[in-house]
Design a protein around this ligand. Sequence first.
Ligand SMILES: [Zn+2]
Length: 177
Amino acid sequence: MKCPFCSSLDSKVIDSRLAKEDTSIRRRRECLSCKSRFTTYERVEEVEFLVIKKGGVREPFDRNKIIAGMIKACEKRPISMEVIENFVSDLEKEFQERGDREVDSSEIGERVINKLYEIDEVAYVRFASVYRSFKDVNQFLSELTDLLKEKGGQMKLRGKPDSLINSLSLIKDKTKK
Ligand SMILES: [Zn+2]
């Protein structure tokens, strides 16, 4: 802990006690260089909100998990890290501001899918095929057909169309089982 008087990093704790609401620990320190005394507070980082998973299990919201899932879907696609991080930050902020303290994991999944749908068709297919259960694969495939029609008419496929076709045949292989 940096001394506020001389910036030395060496100090010793001379007193330690719980602060008023028991949510932080107050430490009295003495700088080993200049002998000045100062106080630090150490607090537990608050869990902002929980994610409700299938079956009702709750776990703390973890932005890194969402980012990791998106990076995987966007592998070798022209999508910058900045786009992914900004999206997840906005999403996290929105959930915090809503103040519910809990959010359904399916809502997070759908929001990610919608975002990928907007920015990259291959990433969308990859993510959606992993995320959505294969019991409603027919619904998924018809949705995909609509998407391809829509995108085919409105915009050029970015990157090689081959990769999208590969993703599609991968899905078809999986549904055979
Ligand atoms: Zn000092």
